[in-house]
Design a protein. Structure first.
Length: 79
């Protein structure tokens, strides 16, 4: 299925892009993140991230659907 993925902060740097549409067989955000770790070598663990699906914070085990927009939110320093 196709999903729209957005990356911020360290994840954007490691992926070399801020967003992409991705074909995946992952059925949950947890599975999707594992695919992305293998693809881009993300160094943040799932425990360090929050995940949002379709602009709402979500559980890592939520079932993904075709066309969902997924954002992995890393810790960021603010001022």
């Amino acid at each position: 299925m196709q999903l729209k993925i957005q990356y911020y902060a360290l994840m954007r740097e490691q992926a070399g892009r801020s967003e992409e549409t991705l074909e995946t067989s992952a059925s949950t955000p947890a599975g999707l993140y594992e695919e992305l770790v293998a693809r881009y070598g993300f160094t943040l663990s799932r425990d360090q991230l929050k995940v949002a699906v379709n602009s709402e914070f979500s559980d890592w085990s939520r079932k993904l659907n075709m066309g969902d927009a997924v954002v992995f939110i890393p810790p960021v320093a603010g001022g």
